[in-house]
Design a protein around this ligand. Structure first.
Ligand code: ZN
Ligand code: ZN
Length: 189
């Protein structure tokens, strides 16, 4: 996902390029983002290039309930402005060119630069956008039963009877005691 934008930088405002993304893969941190498909539009705007991307991606994750593999799909739209290191290219009207001194408010996000060879690399920006869209607690399936807290079996595979045992009549006396102490605690408060 690296594009040469020399033509856009030396061209006119509003010029654009369209690129398709087909079955790409990105590694971001510990995540492997797979089967990335979609499109990217690069548009020349004043002194920079606006990148609009619409992609879908799939990531292999772990289910937050049962810890088995969970495949999660997301759809992401991204809009970011990439600024050229070669500011002279985009015309002498740009005041950025010879004046990068600190304190004038210029800030280059390293993920959002057009490098000295006029390439835009979407890896970091798009990777972060996809990561941000992933669910915090992925599930292998909507109704995953998770792991039993008592015997630690995966309850999607083995339906253990731990939940029933806790309702065993032999425990009823203890349950009753607990209820009573809860009631007395309520009265005291
Ligand atoms: Zn699960
Ligand atoms: Zn169990």
């Amino acid at each position: 996902m690296i594009y040469n934008v020399s033509g856009l930088l030396t061209g006119n405002l509003g010029d654009s390029q369209q690129h398709e993304i087909e079955n790409e893969r990105l590694i971001v941190g510990s995540y492997s983002l797979e089967r990335i498909n979609g499109s990217v539009r690069l548009t020349r705007i004043d002194r920079s290039v606006l990148v609009n991307a619409e992609v879908e991606a799939v990531t292999d994750n772990s289910c937050s309930r049962c810890l088995e593999p969970a495949t999660v799909g997301v759809f992401v739209t991204m809009e970011e402005e990439f600024s050229p290191i070669n500011a002279e290219l985009v015309g002498s009207s740009g005041k950025l060119s010879n004046n990068h001194s600190a304190g004038d408010g210029d800030y280059y996000d390293p993920a959002l630069i057009i490098d000295e060879r006029n390439f835009v690399d979407l890896t970091e920006a798009l990777g972060q956008a996809i990561l941000g869209a992933l669910p915090i607690a992925p599930l292998c399936k909507e109704d995953c039963l998770g792991i039993c807290h008592t015997c630690t079996v995966n309850r999607n595979i083995i339906l253990c009877s731990c939940a029933k045992i806790s309702q065993d009549p032999r425990w009823a006396g203890l349950a009753g005691l607990l209820e009573k102490s809860a009631e007395s605690a309520d009265r005291q408060s």
